[in-house]
Ligand binder design. Structure first.
Ligand code: FNR
Length: 186
């Protein structure tokens, strides 16, 4: 029997109707039985990074709450679009804040990157910059195969409550199982 695990989801988009966030909400239904999927506190509650905030008033509450949940989960799944061929600013901001904590909650944490987009590339160009930042934070990254969900609008229910494309659902289930095994290897 597999050990029970909790994997946290961090979305790289803040908008209410975000495909990335919606995909995160669908992962629970696609994960192996022993895996619980938890939505991490929103990165949208963090101020823009400014070291003065840390030095003068300490870590913002939104940061300590996010860090606590990251420390508690067994691995983190980042689901993000690409913005202008790169990492969305809100996600970079969150990773910068997290990197300033000691102990750093993402250090040695198993992390995997999913990207998605309504377009044909599935956010592929966000993988290298996100991975680069995660390397700087000393995360354990599940590198391959990269998860890029192309044309996501056509693969989800109109209300974004489920992944309706069976091949995509199966692929995500396989990748969640692979990430769960990777995170369990310690
Ligand atoms: C985009 N989008 C986009 N798409 C893409 O394939 N390559 C890109 O470089 C960009 N750049 C980009 C920049 C900005 C500022 C925005 C707002 C959008 C389109 C993007 O993939 C699309 O809007 C997604 O739906 C955004 O993800 P969420 O919010 O649905 O998760």
């Amino acid at each position: 029997m597999e050990k029970k695990q909790t994997l946290g989801v961090m979305a790289g988009s803040l908008r209410k109707q975000s495909f990335s966030r919606a995909l995160g909400h669908c992962l629970g239904a696609l994960a192996p039985e022993h895996v619980t999927i938890e939505e991490l506190p929103s990165i949208g509650d963090l101020p823009l990074f400014n070291q003065d905030i840390m030095d003068e008033t300490g870590a913002p509450t939104a940061l300590t709450q996010l860090a606590e949940r990251i420390s508690a989960v067994d691995g983190v799944i980042i689901i993000s679009p690409e913005y202008n061929w790169s990492i969305p600013g809100a996600l970079k901001n969150a990773l910068d804040w997290l990197s300033r904590l000691n102990p750093a909650p993402l250090a040695e944490k198993p992390v995997t990157i999913f990207t998605c987009s309504p377009g044909l590339l599935g956010g592929a160009r966000a993988h290298p910059p996100i991975r680069n930042v995660l390397h700087a934070l000393d995360c354990r990254i599940l590198a391959r195969p990269e998860v890029q969900i192309t044309q996501i609008k056509a693969k989800m229910a109109p209300d974004l409550s489920a992944v309706t494309d069976s091949a995509t659902a199966e692929f995500i289930t396989q990748r969640l199982a692979a990430f769960s095994a990777f995170a369990q290897r310690g």
